[in-house]
Design a protein around this ligand. Structure first.
Ligand code: MN
Length: 258
């Protein structure tokens, strides 16, 4: 009797473990807020779905307890694109060319990043996401690349996002290079802000020809990968297998920690 109980207990535990491994990881995606609507392009959601994850859209939070509770329910975090980061977060005065900012979103994302760091959950950051992530780790930003970077290229392309514009060069000694396998590749570009001083603990891994930072990462100390371009357009609109790797990698990193 006792033995069969033990056996069934072991069998139940085995099944539960197998179920947990078979289920898709949940990826929290941050959003903007405008005209009483949470705003998130379908491209991020679609890319997580294509990569084999469950997209979980994160509303704003305004305190660390809520951020911790939300992050406890996801296996990874995707910081999406959006408006400018308020320079008050890196102790600079607003320049004239600063665009629109949303302090509520800044706060929510800074809290989510802190919670994800504490819970050791993987992060993929895109465009504005890479900017707020650098600030969260103690870095600074160019408030406006055209007026701050001499000889800057056009980083606000006019063609739709599924088309690449400027090139980037990727350092061979980076995690990003291991994933993508290319030293030079063209990406899309929809930003006028960018990383100025990279945060301690983070390493720049790709530049545009004008020196603008296009990617960085925190491995092995921090499970974070950030890109200044928008791989999700290539994935959602073109079903691009190259840039899908950034999202399947996030799923892989999330699975390793479940
Ligand atoms: Mn760019």
């Amino acid at each position: 009797m006792k033995r069969s109980f033990l056996l069934s207990l072991i069998l139940t535990l085995f099944c539960l473990t197998a179920l947990a491994q078979a289920s898709k990881p949940v990826i929290g995606i941050t959003t903007g807020f405008s005209n009483q609507l949470y705003t998130l392009r379908y491209t991020c959601v679609e890319s997580i779905k294509q990569a084999g994850g469950i997209p979980f859209i994160l509303p704003f939070v305004d305190n660390a307890d809520d951020a911790r509770d939300y992050i406890a329910r996801v296996d990874g975090l995707l910081l999406s694109g959006g408006a400018d980061v308020d320079p008050i977060n890196y102790n600079e005065e607003p320049e004239r060319a600063l665009g629109s900012v949303d302090p509520d979103r800044d706060l929510a994302e800074l809290l989510f990043i802190e919670a994800a760091k504490n819970a050791n959950k993987p992060i993929l950051a895109i465009c504005r996401g890479s900017q707020i992530l650098n600030v969260a780790f103690g870095g600074t930003l160019y408030q406006d690349i055209p007026s701050s970077v001499r000889g800057a290229l056009k980083h606000g392309q006019s063609q739709p996002g599924k088309f690449p514009s400027h090139s980037i060069s990727i350092s061979k000694d980076s995690y990003l290079y291991q994933l993508i396998g290319l030293e030079e590749v063209r990406v899309n570009s929809f930003h006028h802000q960018g990383v100025k001083d990279i945060a301690p603990d983070l390493k720049v891994t790709a530049h545009a020809p004008d020196g603008v930072v296009e990617a960085y990462e925190g491995f092995p100390k921090w499970d974070v990968l950030a890109v200044q371009f928008h791989p999700e357009y290539f994935v959602a609109d073109n079903h691009d297998p190259l840039w899908l790797k950034l999202f399947t990698d996030l799923i892989d990193r999330a699975n390793k920690k479940r």
